[in-house]
Design a protein around this ligand. Structure first.
Ligand code: HEM
Ligand SMILES: *[C@@H]1O[C@H](CO)[C@@H](O)[C@H](O)[C@H]1NC(C)=O
Length: 203
């Protein structure tokens, strides 16, 4: 389930220009990944992560808490399957059926699209209601306890990240600027990469 997360950064990078979002130059020297294995994606952050786990996962890649909040705004685009958030909407824990950090009416609507005996494997929800528009709605929703994943909602759990969420929710321009600079930082992450002789195959 975590497979899409980091690679989504690049999906988002391509999507943005077609959805009216910010654009930026990707360094022409950026290397290609050596491998694309499901086993490697276990290192990617999980939607069930709390803030400490997210911070750890980002800092391992040289990314800060500021980058975490800005890049999480990538969830202004796209769709999620029920499996990525189902643990929040039923049998959350021994004392709460629903994650108390989720707005009850939002949880109710997600339960509607993700029935208990879910036979539709494509069932799920858009990441935000304006899911084809790159905007700051994602941050406004988090302030209303309507973040889809624990990882989204957990951005309110420290004063520093909460301040950033509030800042991005109140200014689209501030968010766009921060997003672009963090995307550039993330796109320069190195490791296990090479310049391919043939673009379609690993050397
Ligand atoms: C902070 C850590 C992150 C976590 C835990 C995470 C997790 C996820 C998960 C679980 C999904 C839904 C998969 C599914 O059920 O189909 C998803 C989708 C998505 N993510 Fe992330 N993600 C993270 C960071 C990012 C970043 C940095 C970006 C881009 C800058 C991003 C952009 C997206 C997009 C655009 C989608 C929608 C994909 C689609 O429509 O198919 N995510 N992410
Ligand atoms: C259930 O989750 C809530 C909110 O995260 C927490 O306060 C509570 O202690 C948890 N209960 C158990 C039994 O783990």
């Amino acid at each position: 389930m975590e497979l899409p997360s980091m690679s989504m950064a690049f999906v988002a990078a391509f999507c943005l220009s077609s959805t009216g979002g910010p654009t930026w130059d990707v360094s022409k020297g950026r290397k290609d990944g050596r491998t694309s294995k499901a086993s490697e994606t276990t290192q990617l952050p999980s939607p069930t992560f709390n803030i400490a786990q997210l911070q750890q996962s980002f800092s391992q890649r040289g990314l800060s808490l500021d980058d975490l909040v800005a890049l999480s705004g990538g969830h202004t685009l796209g769709f999620s399957h029920c499996s990525s958030f189902q643990s929040r909407i039923r049998n959350f824990n021994a004392t709460h059926d629903i994650d108390p950090s989720m707005h009850p009416s939002f949880a109710a609507s997600l339960r509607g699209v993700c029935p208990k005996k879910n036979r539709a494997k494509n069932a799920g929800a858009t990441m935000d209601p304006s899911s084809t528009t790159f905007d700051n709605t994602y941050f406004k929703l988090i302030l209303q306890k309507k973040g889809l994943f624990s990882s989204d909602q957990s951005l309110l759990s420290t004063p520093k990240t909460e301040d950033l969420v509030t800042k991005f929710a109140s200014s689209k321009a501030t968010f766009n600027k921060a997003f672009v600079s963090s995307m550039i930082k993330m796109s320069s992450i190195t490791g296990g990469q090479e310049v391919r002789k043939d673009c379609r195959v690993v050397n």
